[in-house]
Design a protein around this ligand. Structure first.
Ligand code: SRM
Ligand code: SF4
Length: 540
């Protein structure tokens, strides 16, 4: 007996029941009412769950101070939008902060329910939306952070990402067609060579690949072409499709090939078809087995592919023999030439992605004064300011903000990623962000490095901080020390990003956080060529 879409109503899990009682998107029309009522008088299910359909998260750790999760398609926003977000936060003083997320997105903290009508009004005025960013919806869609800037990119993902978001959110207004999926769903598109979006950990991902196409026929379709060595064929640009990648406390899997290739103009339709299959056939019984990969497991990839084709209304071409992901992953920290002559982008390191209102005003100012007003976010929780002319570059590099948000951070700080952790997240088994910063600072004080080492912290097995993609991943757990339960970590090793990406696995279990420093030092020396500063001095 399957537990997929054929499930009877009686076996629905508790979240399915709350969705059946009242659709999550219904709260959109009730914001004024909630604001008047206040968070304590509100219906608890609306407050704790349904508000997530409009991106508003009740935080049991800070009751009354909500988190607001935006949507930032391809991680791009304007200085005006950044300034509006900063204005929202400014109101909350010390309680207000923002985090850049591992999905190239922003989350605001300290939000009061009585302010929601005004906040939504302000966001709407600058074209920002929070809709369908939590619960059983498609999360922020990631794309190359240097799309349209990178001379080596194969495809500029920006417009496609926006089109997909518009389709599934009805241009930010909310779309009931896709607001009741069996579970969360992640989509990523990359048109660059270095897999900057971690395609392998998404439920649905598109990676660049050229398909042999008959020259004549292909030209008639008006696609992107490269000349092949064969005189009879051209190479048409498109994407190989990967499906089923996900992390959860129960299971983590890299995405697998759908054995399908799609031209850019069909990507939105394929997203729709895959989401329809997931929506209508995915499991709604056991929430721990509801992500897309469980359905693919049950059906087999061939049946899944056939169902997608049926929804699409046409056959998919088989995958191209190889994809074009052939670079190591870049971190974009520093100054880089754009493909547009005379223009540059700079990548600023934002320690563990944490921002305050003053930082955001300042970033908006720098983007306007030195660039075109555009600001970009990365899945490493950092910021890129593009379109800086050669003439402006030197002055920009003297701006005081760059002392804190450096273009040349230390070898560990540079690639440090951390999930929210115990400060705001009630799932957390440990505090993460502050600990991550303190640990790296101490390690950098004792060691010298010849390479950057990617360390990712995550506060619990939900893996929002993606420890499985890291060189060293640290996952919060309860450890034992002197017979007592203490905060600890399981250590993941071997995650590989960029070309030939694969997931790391748990190498060491249950290290108490207070004993972690020497363990990490040892790993950095043994596996990543770090040296104790004393020893390095002796060698010199
Ligand atoms: Fe996550 C739930 C934060 C990326 C897997 N995640 C949560 C909640 C909403 C739990 C909660 O209600 O407290 C966290 C909110 C804490 C807070 O106050 O910030 C939370 N997740 C985050 C963020 C903010 C981590 C960060 O610091 O960057 C990321 C927000 C992304 C965004 O902009 O939408 C975030 N979460 C991820 C990722 C990474 C990714 O997408 O690349 C994953 C693993 C990949 C995946 O989903 O396959 C991830 N989050 C989860 C899960 C486990 C999902 C599952 O299938 O079991 C949960 C728990 C759940 O959904 O039941 C979860
Ligand atoms: Fe919270 Fe756990 Fe996700 Fe960290 S990994 S944000 S602790 S749910």
């Amino acid at each position: 007996m399957t537990d997929t879409g054929t499930t009877t109503k009686t076996s629905l899990n508790k979240f399915e029941k709350l969705k059946a009682e009242k659709d999550g998107l219904a709260v959109k029309a009730e914001i004024e009412k909630f604001a008047a009522l206040g968070w304590e008088a509100m219906d608890e299910t609306d407050r704790d769950h349904r508000l997530k359909w409009v991106g508003v998260f009740f935080r049991p750790v800070t009751p009354g101070k909500f988190m607001m999760r935006m949507r930032m398609p391809n991680g791009i926003l304007t200085s005006d939008q950044m300034r509006v977000l900063a204005e929202v936060l400014q109101r909350y003083g010390d309680d207000g902060s923002a985090d850049i997320t591992t999905r190239q997105n922003l989350q605001l903290r300290g939000i009061k329910i009585e302010d929601l009508p005004d906040i939504f009004h302000k966001l709407h005025a600058v074209g920002l939306t929070t809709v369908q960013s939590g619960m059983d919806n498609v999360r922020n869609i990631t794309g190359d952070p240097v799309a349209g800037l990178d001379a080596d990119e194969l495809y500029d993902t920006r417009d496609l990402v926006q089109q997909i978001q518009d389709m599934l959110t009805n241009k930010g207004e909310g779309n009931p067609e896709f607001s009741n999926l069996p579970r969360k769903f992640n989509i990523a598109i990359t048109g660059g060579r270095d897999n900057s979006v971690h395609a392998e950990i998404n439920d649905l991902a598109f990676v660049p690949a050229y398909q042999e196409a008959e020259e004549q026929g292909s030209r008639e379709q008006g696609g992107n072409f490269a000349v092949s060595s064969s005189s009879h064929s051209a190479l048409q640009f498109g994407f190989n499709i990967l499906v089923g990648g996900f992390f959860s406390a129960k299971r983590c899997d890299a995405a697998i090939p759908l054995n399908a290739w799609v031209a850019p103009e069909d990507v939105v339709a394929v997203c729709r078809a895959v989401l329809e299959v997931f929506r209508d056939k995915g499991s709604r019984a056991n929430r721990l087995k509801s992500r897309l990969m469980w359905l693919i497991d049950e059906w087999g990839i061939d049946k899944f592919r056939a169902e997608v084709e049926q929804r699409l209304g046409k056959s998919l071409l088989p995958a191209a023999a190889k994809d074009e992901i052939d670079w190591e992953k870049r971190d974009h920290i520093g100054v880089y030439k754009q493909k547009q002559p005379g223009l540059n982008y700079i990548g600023l390191h934002i320690p563990v992605g944490r921002l305050y209102a003053e930082d955001m005003f300042e970033i908006a100012r720098l983007a306007e004064v030195y660039g075109s007003g555009e600001i970009r976010l990365t899945v490493e929780q950092n910021i890129i300011i593009p379109n800086i002319s050669d003439a402006c570059l030197t002055t920009l590099l003297t701006e005081p903000l760059l002392e804190r948000f450096s273009i040349n951070p230390g070898a560990l700080a540079r690639s440090l990623v951390s999930c929210t952790g115990a400060q705001f997240c009630n799932f957390a088994l440990i505090e993460t962000k502050n600990r991550a910063l303190a640990t790296v600072k101490a390690l950098e004080a004792d060691l010298t490095f010849t390479q950057a080492v990617r360390i990712h912290w995550t506060g619990c097995p939900n893996s929002c901080g993606q420890p499985q993609v890291a060189d060293i991943g640290l996952m919060g757990t309860k450890a034992r020390k002197d017979g007592k339960a203490v905060e600890g970590v399981d250590i993941y090793m071997g995650g590989k990003v960029g070309k030939e990406a694969h997931l790391g696995t748990c190498a060491i279990k249950g290290i108490p956080c207070e004993d972690l420093q020497p363990v990490l030092q040892d790993l950095l020396i043994k596996h990543f060529g770090a040296q104790l500063k004393q020893e390095a001095l002796v060698e010199v």
